[in-house]
Design a protein around this ligand. Structure first.
Ligand SMILES: [Zn+2]
Length: 239
């Protein structure tokens, strides 16, 4: 079975290398790990991303907008220098768990990072908790070509609209009714599976649970689902 985790945080594992190798032993061939603050991005680049099994998206998440420490200014150069960094993320807005950054600052840091992705012609991975409609508006208004909506929490009709714009919906390993409806509603070519491990899923291998759910809801064989989900990520990030 070919497995790929579209979104996790490898630097939060006590031994990221070991976690990646264990996932590989279980059939995970691709992991996209996401930066959140300056420190996590630096850790990611120095030793976690290997450009063969583990790739990264670099960026400042909304919660850390107020403490980016000038990181956004260095982002473009950092991406250019590291071929294991394949996108900008996770970036966006968070309307629920705001530590220090108010919405104005979150919007500013989000748009600055979209500009970097647009200049480099690489995808963004968005975080949109409690702010999905505004995040969509900003993404569309700023003419983002490729965006992965991480931990998608919107409606079926929004999922459909995003899919029609060529964006991807990333499904987390959670059991709830709305996810089923969204999986049912959009084409497999617009879906990727994520674990958000170790925060939500335990390890990148938990992506199999998401694939099983998609297989069940869509009535498509698990092998075929895993194959397609893996190809979706590879194609989108040009891996
Ligand atoms: Zn995340």
């Amino acid at each position: 079975m070919r497995l790929a985790d579209a979104h996790c945080h490898m630097e939060l594992f006590s031994d990221p290398k070991e976690a990646a190798m264990t996932a590989k032993d279980n059939g995970v061939e691709l992991i996209i790990t996401a930066g959140t603050n300056k420190e996590s991005n630096i850790r990611m680049i120095n030793g976690i991303v290997d450009a063969s099994l583990v790739f990264g998206v670099a960026g400042i998440s909304p919660d850390f907008s107020s403490e980016d420490g000038g990181f956004v200014d260095q982002l473009e150069e950092m991406v250019r220098k590291n071929r294991g960094i394949v996108g900008i993320g996770e970036i966006g807005l968070d309307g629920k768990m705001v530590k220090k950054a108010g919405m104005e600052l979150q919007r500013k840091v989000f748009i600055e990072q979209i500009d970097v992705a647009n200049r480099l012609s690489i995808p963004i991975v968005v975080h949109s908790r409690g702010k999905i409609d505004e995040v969509k508006e900003i993404v569309v208004k700023n003419k983002v070509e490729r965006a992965v909506f991480h931990f998608f929490e919107g409606s079926e009709s929004l999922a459909k609209e995003l899919a029609s714009r060529g964006y991807l919906i990333s499904i987390p390993p959670l059991e709830y009714g709305r996810m089923k409806r969204i999986i049912n509603y959009i084409d497999l070519s617009n879906i990727v599976a994520e674990t958000d491990s170790p925060v939500v899923g335990r390890t990148p291998f938990d992506v199999l649970k998401v694939a099983e759910k998609i297989s069940e809801v869509k009535g498509i064989g698990i092998e075929e689902v895993c194959e397609k989900l893996t190809e979706n990520i590879k194609n989108y990030f040009y891996i």
